[in-house]
Ligand binder design. Structure first.
Ligand code: SF4
Length: 578
């Protein structure tokens, strides 16, 4: 058995001497024995944990009042890191090279080094193999890395990286129109045609999330680069747009090096040719597996076990199988009447319906058909022209979250149900330094998790969630779906969830409301219908067929020209639930 490795990381933003007087140094049993596992660096005034002296007991982790210390006892030697940011700082293992001419994907949690890997592959960061005390040059690196990695780096001139960032909201910081932005970037407005975006004269801060996402993809693909990185290109896009992105990036990759990170596994499975599984702990360390075929990589990721490496990186398997609703007719709990709203160029009609006690209803449909408007009308945020908003207590998580100067811990102090909040905090990893941050300081994924936990912690007669999966990684989506099912079983209050991630909707829903119509012109919503019937109805309207993966039971999209696709369409079985 290879020797276990130890990783000690200190979050310097969270380490505040005034709060504890360096309790870690005092409680460490190695220090008490007269050796030094923790000492205080006189220059920086921060604790330094010597990994070779530390015995991994975890006492300092438990006693640190701000949860600033992480100690990881690895079960398998990962070798030298590829890169370390410094003393007791994040480190990355592995060289997940792109497979030129194909869509290569990284699958794994957020915050475990995917962006660091990309910057190394684009030669923006020089690997230091864990020795951050000196400068390295590429000649030394080429001597040290395996032959295939050296060949890759020799072929890359470096620096020419095009990124579609995860957080597209940063684009809104540009004052002015889309055309102004394109001029600033020396790009031609014809790049908008491919994505059918007649938005050149629109103000950027007025664009919808879907328009902004497509603009960001168009900009990233228009740049000349040696390596293209698309970080979560499907957020805010509907399933048809997601498939279009998948096909487009597949064609775009034919003569390029391209890496995609996405957490919609149904789409990723459709889009990616090769997968690297990323594992590790957020802000502590990250490591990549060997390259695998997309199906094998995704299934091993869900299983938590890498077969070729003989490495278990998660104690449990992620089960993205379906939720099987009860066959009993739900007892109606909340009803809404016909609703109608008309604007100068758009109108939406909602057919009356009722939602049962403790029922979870998924709301699906293309973008621009009024799903968010439906939520707003139910919540009374938007007044319907015909019909009434619900006159009950509503907990509503909006689609776009508003960052503010409120501290996370102050927001959580307002929770109605502390037990549910604690459960949500535990499952969504919302303890520790994040509590001391303001909502403005959070990443998109952190803000989403905080909003979900807080919404669930409210006492309400109905819960409305608009696109909760945006910016969540696969494990967080799983945690969200488990929470939703648990709370639906515990409370009588029903839950409505608008989302585009078919695997998530399949996993949580009892029934479905389907939106149909012409995007940005006219939308119409059905009453809630049985899940299987609803999925079949929805997929048929899009001409897409789905089956289940035989091992993990996750939904898989059939290629449009495949035998399976043809057979299912002939049978009228657009969702083969077996
Ligand atoms: Fe000391 Fe234990 Fe912390 Fe290691 S884990 S630094 S041995 S207290």
């Amino acid at each position: 058995m290879p020797e276990a490795q130890r990783i000690a990381v200190l979050d310097r933003d969270a380490c505040i001497k005034e709060k504890c007087g360096y309790v870690c140094e005092k409680v460490c049993p190695v220090n008490k024995m007269g050796e030094e596992a923790i000492s205080i660096d006189p220059q920086t005034n921060y604790p330094v944990i010597l990994e070779t002296a530390c015995i991994g007991c975890g006492i300092c982790v438990k006693r640190c009042p701000t949860k600033a210390i992480s100690i990881i006892n690895l079960s398998k030697d990962l070798g030298s890191p590829t890169y370390s940011y410094g003393v007791n700082a994040f480190r990355l293992y592995g060289f997940p090279l792109p497979v030129k001419g194909h869509v290569t994907s990284y699958v794994g949690r957020n915050g475990i080094g995917k962006t660091t890997a990309i910057r190394i592959l684009a030669k923006q960061i020089i690997p230091n193999f864990g020795d951050y005390t000196r400068d390295w040059d590429w000649e030394e690196v080429l001597d040290k890395v395996p032959v295939n990695v050296a060949k890759y780096f020799k072929d890359v001139e470096g620096g020419k990286l095009s990124i579609k960032p995860q957080n597209i909201e940063t684009l809104r910081a540009h004052n002015g129109t889309v055309l102004d932005l394109l001029n600033e970037l020396s790009l031609d407005s014809s790049i908008l045609e491919e994505w059918k975006l007649p938005i050149a004269d629109r103000q950027i801060d007025q664009l919808s999330g879907g328009e902004l996402q497509k603009l960001a993809i168009a900009i990233a693909t228009a740049k000349e680069a040696e390596l293209y990185f698309f970080d979560e290109p499907t957020n805010y896009l509907d399933i048809v747009e997601r498939l279009k992105v998948a096909v487009y990036l597949g064609d775009f990759a034919l003569d390029k090096s391209l890496i995609v990170v996405d957490h919609d596994l149904t789409i990723l499975d459709y889009m990616a040719d090769y997968v690297y599984v990323f594992f590790g702990q957020e802000s502590v360390y990250g490591a990549s597996s060997s390259v695998k075929s997309a199906r094998v990589g995704i299934n091993e990721y869900l299983e938590g076990y890498l077969k070729a490496e003989n490495l278990r990186f998660r104690e449990y398997a992620i089960n993205f199988g379906t939720y099987s609703p009860t066959t009993k007719k739900p007892k109606p709990y909340i009803s809404y009447g016909n609703l109608k709203k008309t604007f100068s160029s758009f109108e939406v009609e909602i057919e009356e319906g009722s939602i049962g006690e403790g029922e979870v209803v998924g709301v699906i449909g293309k973008n621009g058909l009024g799903k968010t408007l439906f939520m707003k009308m139910l919540a009374g945020v938007e007044k319907p022209d015909e019909g009434e908003s619900l006159d009950v207590k509503i907990a509503y998580k909006k689609q776009y979250l508003e960052p503010s100067d409120v501290l996370v811990k102050d927001l959580f102090a307002k929770a109605d149900d502390k037990a549910i909040l604690d459960r949500a905090k535990q499952l969504l990893h919302l303890d520790g330094p994040i509590l001391e941050k303001t909502l403005k300081q959070l990443s998109g994924g952190q803000l989403q998790r905080v909003a979900i936990a807080f919404t669930l912690s409210m006492n309400a007669d109905i819960y409305l969630f608009d696109e909760p999966s945006a910016f969540l990684d696969v494990e967080e989506r799983l945690a969200f779906s488990s929470l939703i099912r648990e709370i639906a079983a515990e409370r009588k209050s029903p839950i409505l969830v608008v989302d585009h991630d078919i695997a998530l909707i399949d996993r949580i829903s009892d029934r479905l409301i389907i939106f149909e119509g012409e995007s940005s012109v006219k939308g119409k919503a059905t009453p809630p219908m049985a899940k299987k019937k609803g999925l079949n109805y929805f997929l048929k309207s899009l001409g897409i067929t789905l089956r289940r993966d035989i091992d993990t039971k996750r939904p898989k999209i059939n290629k449009p020209w495949s035998k399976r696709d043809k057979e299912q369409k002939e049978k009228g079985e657009y969702f083969a639930d077996h």
